[in-house]
Design a protein around this ligand. Sequence first.
Ligand SMILES: [Zn+2]
Length: 121
Amino acid sequence: MIKSLVGVFREIVTGERFRQNECGRCRRCKKRWFESEPHVTMVNRYQGYFAICEKCWQELGTFGKRLPYYRMLLDEWNRSGVPCGSSYKKSLMKALAKESCEDYLKKLDKEKEEMVASLFS
Ligand SMILES: [Zn+2]
């Protein structure tokens, strides 16, 4: 246990962890986080995670299209031994689904307003 913690610490300090996996960049367009704004999915009031950048989030548009990139994030957590149980992962997936639904409803609302506006223009 201690040995693995030392290993994780060394990887983080040396940046090895970021080079080995995709932590340091958008999992879709591969831009590094200093080149693109990450889209943060809040799991609760204080914790948020990002798998893709804001531009990719908008382009993908739906839960189903975004899901594979969040799965990549979970796979990376598994491989790198990030201590998180299934309830933790479930919370992230729930947050992603909720956020995607809210996003979709907002787009529908906007579309509805535009349709109504066009009737009276
Ligand atoms: Zn991207």
